[in-house]
Design a protein around this ligand. Structure first.
Ligand SMILES: C[S@@+](CC[C@H](N)C(=O)[O-])C[C@H]1O[C@@H](n2cnc3c(N)ncnc32)[C@H](O)[C@@H]1O
Length: 347
């Protein structure tokens, strides 16, 4: 696979502006994975799904996993799903306004993120999705509305309320329904059959089974002194929407009405060393490929030490890469954000 091929593949995959997405590194990841030539791979922290999708395009039997439900739906729609698309009749059913009394979003989130018209669309869409009666179709619809909500939000997130940061992008002039209809087409176009049976899971990584994958790709949240790595805080609205806020706890005292963050051992300095140590021990027969940033804790040297506890052969590729999480008003190129991206390959 050439760099050009990898870029072409990804041009078909919706760009979700997902925090920590490795989309820009896809050509390099493609080169490395081609040399490793795995038949099976686990993307243990799949996020936007772009790396898992690259693997699927390369003919690998892929398993994607993420503990967020909306990331899972994206992976189920585009990785595990090889044949199902939303048809015109499905779309008619989905955007139909009648026959439901759901007003939770209108009542609970009025004025916080979207217009009353958009909130009413979200209320009826959820009800209509529940009538689809096909898991992959549901996932396609949830992937599409997640993309619509994120694109419709200035800065693509829900960590603030109101309509600040309007940068004049055309995306901010479209209704959620218009975004949704575009996104349905985009996700429909990602559906491919690579001749293997791919899967998607919605688990904490430590609940996954070791299926003797040839390759395990590891891209957890980065812990650092100057960036936010709380995915629930940033995306709580779409995450809550996946279940219509059933079974989750809204923190009513917060302005954003966010749900409680899902705890991850990869999000704090006090737990991250033990988390990596345990994770590297989980898949003893697999080659590990780890994305990592020079701004992160543990340091590169500590990561090598940890990996050497579990693998004989550890190689590090350093990629010069200006990185921005964009959460604290830094611009790309600020000292704090100018980071190198590493790929560790451990066998
Ligand atoms: C850096 S992002 C992955 C980005 C992805 N590789 C991409 O290119 O879009 C890290 C992901 O890990 C997920 N995550 C964090 N802690 C997790 C855990 N304990 N188990 C499973 N997923 C977790 C987050 O929801 C987030 O989607």
């Amino acid at each position: 696979m050439t760099t050009k091929d990898a870029v072409k593949i990804l041009s078909r995959y919706p760009n979700t502006r997902y925090m920590g997405s490795k989309r820009k590194l896809i050509p390099i990841i493609a080169q490395v994975v081609k040399q490793l030539s795995p038949s099976t791979a686990l993307d243990a922290f799949s996020g936007s799904g772009c790396v898992a999708y690259l693997f699927k395009e390369m003919g690998i039997k892929v398993t994607a996993n993420d503990f967020l439900k909306f990331a899972y739906n994206i992976a189920d729609a585009s990785i595990a799903n090889s044949h199902t698309r939303l048809t015109d009749e499905d779309i008619d059913l989905l955007i139909n306004n009648e026959g439901n009394n759901n007003t939770f979003i209108r009542d609970h989130f009025r004025g916080l993120y979207f217009s009353d018209e958009d909130n009413a669309f979200l209320d009826s869409l959820w009800w209509n999705i529940s009538k689809l009666k096909d898991n992959h179709k549901e996932s396609l619809a949830f992937a599409a509305i997640s993309r619509a909500c994120i694109k419709r939000r200035p800065r693509g997130m829900f960590a603030y309320t109101g309509f600040r940061y309007d940068d004049g992008r055309k995306d901010l002039t479209l209704t959620l329904k218009e975004h949704f209809l575009k996104a349905v087409q985009e996700w429909n176009e990602t559906v491919i059959d690579n001749g293997t049976v791919c899967s998607a899971y919605n688990n904490d990584v430590f609940e996954l089974k070791d299926n003797n994958y040839d390759l395990v790709y590891i891209d957890p949240p980065y812990v650092s002194n100057h960036s936010d790595n709380d995915y629930t805080r940033r995306y709580h609205f779409v995450e809550g929407y996946m279940t219509y806020w059933q079974g989750v706890k809204i923190q009513e005292h917060t302005k954003t009405k966010k749900i409680e963050s899902i705890p991850s051992r990869f999000s704090s300095k006090s737990t991250i060393y033990g988390a990596f140590d345990d994770l590297f021990g989980m898949f003893p027969k697999s080659t590990l490929l780890i994305s990592y940033s020079s701004n992160s804790i543990p340091t590169k040297e500590d990561m090598i030490k940890l990996l050497k506890k579990h693998r004989r052969d550890v190689e590090v590729l350093e990629i010069d890469y200006k990185y921005s999480f964009g959460t604290h008003g830094h611009k790309i190129g600020d000292n704090n954000n100018s980071a190198s991206e590493y790929l560790f390959i451990a066998k």
